[in-house]
Design a protein around this ligand. Sequence first.
Ligand code: ZN
Length: 465
Amino acid sequence: MASAADYGPFWGRALLAAACRMRGADLLGKLKEIESAPFRSPDEIREQQFRDLRAILAHAEAHVPYYRALFRRLGMKSQDIRTWDDFSRIPILTKDIIRENQPDLVREDVPLKSLCPHFSGGSTGVPLKFFRSREYMLASDAGTYRNLTQCGWHPGEMIAFFWGGNDKLYAMSRLEFEVRQIIRRQYQFDPFFAGEKDMANWEKIFARIRPRVILGYASTIARFASFLESKGKTIGGVKGAFTTAEKLYQPQREAIERVFGCKVFDSYGSSEVQNIAAECALGRMHINADFVAIEEDKAEGDAPRPFLLTSLQNYSMPFIRYRNEDCGYLSSDICSCGSNFPLMRLEIARTSDNFLFPGGRVVHGEFFTHLMYGSDGIVNFQFHQTAIDEIDLLIVPGPGHAAERQAKIQDSIRQIQAVTPEHPVRVNVREVDTIALSSAGKHRFTRSDVSADAAVERETARSNS
Ligand SMILES: [Zn+2]
């Protein structure tokens, strides 16, 4: 019997093309459109980026109430912006501004219900609500594919995708789930169910589907690699591992490379601004200049510079000079890998932990941040696991919305206790005025004193000192 692994590029690509047609999304066409962009000359890339920038500014001025008022207040028109210096006169967009002006930041020339709402814990700070369009999601997927091709992957070859599940996925029958994963050529492994038993099952699935690339949460892929290594196993046939969504530590990178026998490409994105940057085969991080423009904000001395991001493709809710609270450095060097997309270095701290529960289930921290999405009554929060069966939930309440807040908290407790019904964990809710930042000066939505992540951080600190 033919296994899924025998659907090589031809059949894999045919299945993928069929899946895309069913969804009405021409992903392969979009990939073709953008695949050569990194290989244009640096000048062409910069010029095209500025044209894209002017287009989104004109759109924002015409169709987004917040920006229309902003340009009026500044006494300028979007067409007056002819240089990057002119552009830097536009005030910075902060998370506070987004929270206070959210409805006015959405385009008004299309019905709201045609846009997809989304929430973000982001890597720091406060949960945000924002909107994206189907076209933007499609472009983002094509951008991810373009990134994967760097390791020699071909569309249609199986992707092992480590990403948090959702209610839609959990509602599927086993058969429907399997068929969708095989046709879409992307098999999902759920970091919210990531204990030893789950990982033993993942190992069996890997043998069956034989993925050619691995993509997803850095900490979960690294934990899976360590699990396999502890059993003396390695996995062949993987062309590249693409980590994202959280900080990748050097010991994690090395474990992934040892076990899967391939290079790790770390990448940088967020849900509100996707496909920001990705490492190339030479290990340098290139900004996807057709998706985003990055400026450096001011910082003291040699400290990493806060980034100001402008999304060039999200027309639903433009993010212009958005300070997402990540930091790093921009570089004017040209990389010898062939890509002329500009280079940057990212300096982010860990913001999410994996929680170990009674009975051995491991749950990625994003599970908890998802519980808090969509509540207007909560300004900030933190889940802090202090013991295997005890979590402190710190809440910074917002003005009003008290009943909604209480409902959200009670629902979260119920969902956390459903993780291990045979041994429900105790959740202590405390309302506080502020939540202390980590030693790296970042807010952490999730902290666990009993997870394996703390050991990785300690080891990294030791090897760096
Ligand atoms: Zn490069």
